[in-house]
Design a protein around this ligand. Structure first.
Ligand code: IPM
Ligand code: MG
Length: 364
C-alpha cells in the first residue's frame, strides 16, 4: 500500500530557532525512512527574519504554507533587534497570528521531571520526583487578543494603556472539554486555574468549567486561584495531574513549571485546533546564546514527539523519540543549561546527533 503523505511547514524563526529546529529536522529525516508515512518538509520564513526581508513577520506565503500543511514546526521568534517596532509587525505577532488564524485554541505543555536532571533544578530533588503535569493553556482568547487594546492620550493629556481580558462561554467550553478528555486519559485529576475572586471574566471561566465537568463525573475537578497555583507549583508540584487555565495565566505558569524540569529548554508544546496543529518549544529565541552551538534542542525534539502522537497518530514512535532523549540524558550528555560537573558537556549539534543515534538503536 502507498504511504500516506504528511506535510510539515518548518519555520525556524529567529535567534536559536534555526539551530534547534535543525536538530528536530534530523530526527524527522531519520523517521521518514522508518515510519509508514511520507513526510514532506517545507521551510518558510516567520518572525524577525521574515520582517527583515518582507517588512512583515508573517508574509502571506508563510501563512499560506501553514494553512496548507498538515502540521507546523516552529523554532522561536523575537529578539532585541525588533523590540522597538510597532506591535503590529513585531516578530511575536507572527506567532500570535498563526495561533489565531489556524484556530489553535488548545495549547498542551507537558512538564515531566527527568530522573537524570532532578539535581539540575534550583528546587530540591525530593519535591520534583514523580512530577508529571499537563498544562492545558487556552491559546486564542483572553487579554492576548481582547479589544479594545492600545495606548492613547486622554483629553487631559494623560496616556492610558488598555488591554481587555475577555472570554466567551463558548471559548471556555471548548477548551474545558479538551482538558477533561486529556484528564480522562491520565489520572482523572483536573485543576482549573483562575482569579475568580477578583476578575469577572474568570468567574465565568469557573462557572463554565464546573458546568462542563458534569459531563465527566469520572474526573475529579477542583479550582485554584492563580496566585495559589503559582505557589503550589513550587511547594508541592507532584499534586498536579492536569492544569487547565487561561491564555495569560498559562503563559506565566508554564515558564514557572519549566523550572521543575531543570531548564526551560526541555519543554515542548502542541497547539491544536479543529483543522490545524503547530508544535514548538515553549522557550524564546534566546538571542544572547544564538549561533554558538550551545542551545538545548530537547524542547524542540520533544515537540516532534508530540507531533507524532497528536497529528500522525503514531504514539509508539512518539514514545521512542522520548526514550531516545532519555537515553541521551542517561549517557550523561548535557547542553550548558543542564550541565553539572561530572556530566559530558556537548553542543546543540552533538546532542541532536546523539538522540538520532539512540533512536536508530531503538528502531533496530
Ligand atoms: C509562549 C511565548 C509567547 C506567548 C510569546 C513569544 C508571544 O511566551 O509561547 O509562551 O506569550 O504566548
Ligand atoms: Mg511564554
Amino acid at each position: 500500500m502507498a504511504k500516506k503523505d504528511f506535510s510539515i511547514a518548518v519555520f525556524p524563526g529567529d535567534g536559536i530557532g534555526k539551530e534547534i529546529t535543525k536538530q528536530a529536522l534530523k530526527v524527522l529525516t531519520f523517521l521518514n525512512g522508518k515510519i509508514n508515512i511520507d513526510l514532506r518538509l517545507k521551510e518558510g520564513n516567520v518572525g524577525g527574519a521574515a520582517y527583515d526581508i518582507h517588512g512583515t513577520p508573517l508574509p502571506p506565503e508563510s501563512l499560506d504554507l501553514a494553512l496548507k500543511s498538515d502540521a507546523v514546526l516552529l523554532g522561536a521568534v523575537g529578539g532585541p533587534k525588533w523590540e522597538n517596532l510597532d506591535y503590529a509587525v513585531r516578530p511575536e505577532r507572527a506567532l500570535l497570528d498563526l495561533r489565531k488564524k489556524l484556530g489553535l485554541f488548545a495549547n498542551l505543555r507537558p512538564v515531566a521531571a527527568f530522573e537524570e536532571l532532578l539535581h539540575t533544578s534550583t528546587l530540591k530533588a525530593e519535591i520534583l520526583r514523580g512530577v508529571n503535569i499537563m498544562i492545558v493553556r487556552e491559546l486564542t482568547g483572553d487579554v492576548y487578543f481582547g479589544q479594545p487594546r492600545g495606548v492613547s492620550k486622554k483629553t487631559n493629556g494623560q496616556s492610558i494603556g488598555i488591554n481587555t481580558m475577555i472570554y466567551t462561554d463558548e471559548e471556555i467550553r471548548r477548551i474545558a472539554h479538551h482538558a477533561f478528555e486529556i484528564a480522562r486519559n491520565r489520572k482523572n485529576n483536573l485543576v482549573s486555574v483562575d482569579k475568580a475572586n477578583v476578575l469577572e471574566s474568570t468567574e465565568l471561566w469557573r462557572d463554565v468549567v464546573t458546568e462542563v465537568g458534569k459531563n465527566y463525573p469520572d474526573v475529579n475537578l477542583s479550582h485554584m486561584y492563580v496566585d495559589n497555583c503559582a505557589m503550589q507549583l513550587i511547594r508541592n508540584p507532584a499534586q498536579f495531574d492536569v492544569i487547565l487555565t487561561t491564555n495569560l495565566f498559562g503563559d506565566i505558569l508554564s515558564d514557572e513549571a519549566a523550572m521543575l524540569t531543570g531548564s526551560i529548554g526541555m519543554l515542548p508544546s502542541a497547539s491544536l485546533g479543529a483543522d490545524h496543529s503547530m508544535y514548538e518549544p515553549i522557550h524564546g529565541s534566546a538571542p544572547d546564546i544564538a549561533g554558538q552551538n550551545i542551545a538545548n534542542p530537547i524542547g524542540t525534539i520533544l515537540s516532534v514527539a508530540m507531533m507524532l502522537r497528536y497529528s500522525m497518530n503514531l504514539p509508539d514512535e512518539a514514545g521512542l523519540v522520548e526514550k531516545a532523549v532519555e537515553q541521551t540524558l542517561k549517557d550523561g550528555l548535557r547542553t550548558k543549561d543542564i550541565y553539572q560537573s561530572g556530566d559530558k558537556l556537548v553542543g546543540t549539534e552533538e546532542l541532536g546527533e546523539s538522540v538520532v543515534k539512540n533512536l536508530r538503536n531503538l528502531f533496530n
